[in-house]
Design a protein around this ligand. Structure first.
Ligand SMILES: NC(=O)c1ccc[n+]([C@@H]2O[C@H](COP(=O)([O-])OP(=O)(O)OC[C@H]3O[C@@H](n4cnc5c(N)ncnc54)[C@H](OP(=O)(O)O)[C@@H]3O)[C@@H](O)[C@H]2O)c1
Length: 315
């Protein structure tokens, strides 16, 4: 069984975790509508959401209805092994919220590696055969989990965290994906926005608990060595940027895009139109391989890479 490959215009996917208003600053619906319209006007057609992102699925389902777009969603499993009907109900709910008759791509997140996921993938195979799901992916699977999943179902994409700070994917996962023709979909390419001019020279990251970076990415920065290497990296990014007339964020995005096996980069919703435009332009910037390699080498010196994909997050 071979599922479809998805075309990703500009190799850029709009991340919609930011639309979850339970944890993050609430963005109003008119603001979201304007942002989505701007992304569409810039030629972006792919959006990433999840069953666990609150109103995100239902909002984008409504706003993208009738548009020629691709939606990557997730089926997230915490707790015990779900029954087949629990898996089916999850997919039916996503179909309803996203207003689709077939989900473009479902990425499975399985939280507890001690629990056997084979029966769940069996149900996913049936859902693919029934036409309810067109393409299957996974997210945050570590290397042994992906090897096992490959025996069970046609996995086309793996959504993983990947940036100049977090390169754990290179500890075996990237090669495994290359060997099996699985496209990498990096999230957090800007570490939630820390990798941008906004934070250059800022001596400690501001306390921004209502922004994803203040929660998810500040603990990631701590796990990889702290804030001072980030400040050093921002200077290196600025140096490369000045050579090409690019911002720090543009260089950071382009570095991720140029890594082997990357099928598309996921960057989260911003309301800043200029940032959206810059991000699209970043995907078409021709940063020379020697400058990319120099940033890779600096990142190697500045940051630790503790273990496999999603290792400390799972604890
Ligand atoms: N599978 C998983 O476990 C998992 C985990 C995390 C995220 N994700 C997915 O991946 C998506 C992307 O992750 P992310 O949002 O953390 O990605 P990111 O690209 O690292 O960060 C995006 C944030 O950076 C800021 N930004 C965007 N463009 C910028 C620019 N040009 N200059 C300066 N700042 C800029 C924006 O915040 P401001 O404009 O507010 O500053 C934006 O919300 C999420 O929305 C979600 O869909 C998945």
């Amino acid at each position: 069984m071979k599922t479809e490959e998805i075309e990703i215009p500009h190799s850029l996917i709009v991340g919609c975790w930011q639309l979850d208003d339970r944890s993050w600053t609430s963005i109003s619906e008119p603001e979201i509508e304007r942002a989505i319209d701007t992304y569409l006007a810039l030629g972006l057609r792919c959006f990433d959401t999840a069953d666990i992102y609150g109103r995100s699925e239902s909002l984008i389902g409504r706003l993208l209805k009738g548009r020629d777009c691709t939606i990557f969603t997730k089926a997230v499993f915490f707790g015990e092994v779900p029954t087949p009907s629990q898996v089916r109900n999850k997919i039916e709910t996503s179909l309803r919220y996203l207003k689709q008759s077939s989900l473009d791509c479902v990425q499975v997140h399985w939280h507890n590696p001690q629990l056997d996921f084979s029966s769940t993938f069996e149900t996913f195979n049936q859902l693919i055969e029934q036409g309810k799901i067109r393409t299957l992916g996974v997210t945050n699977f570590n290397t042994p989990m992906l090897k096992q999943a490959l025996q069970l179902a046609p996995i086309r994409y793996h959504q993983i965290q990947y940036s100049l700070i977090d390169r754990r994917v290179e500890n075996g996962m990237q090669q495994l994906c290359l060997d099996h023709d699985i496209g990498l979909l990096p999230y957090g390419p800007l570490a939630g926005g820390y990798l941008s001019d906004k934070f250059r020279g800022v001596q400690s990251p501001p306390n921004q608990g209502s922004h994803a970076r203040g929660f998810y990415y500040s603990s990631m920065v701590r796990a990889h060595g702290g804030w001072s290497p980030v400040l050093a990296l921002l200077e290196d990014l600025a140096t490369v940027g000045s050579k090409y007339n690019l911002t720090i964020a543009q260089v950071a995005l382009n570095w991720v895009l140029q890594q082997p096996g990357v099928a598309g980069v996921i960057s989260g919703v911003t309301l800043d139109r200029r940032q959206m435009q810059k991000n699209v332009e970043a995907m078409h910037s021709a940063i020379a391989p020697e400058d990319i390699a120099q940033l890779t080498a600096r990142s190697q010196i500045l940051f630790q890479q503790p273990g496999d994909i999603y290792s400390y997050e799972r604890q």
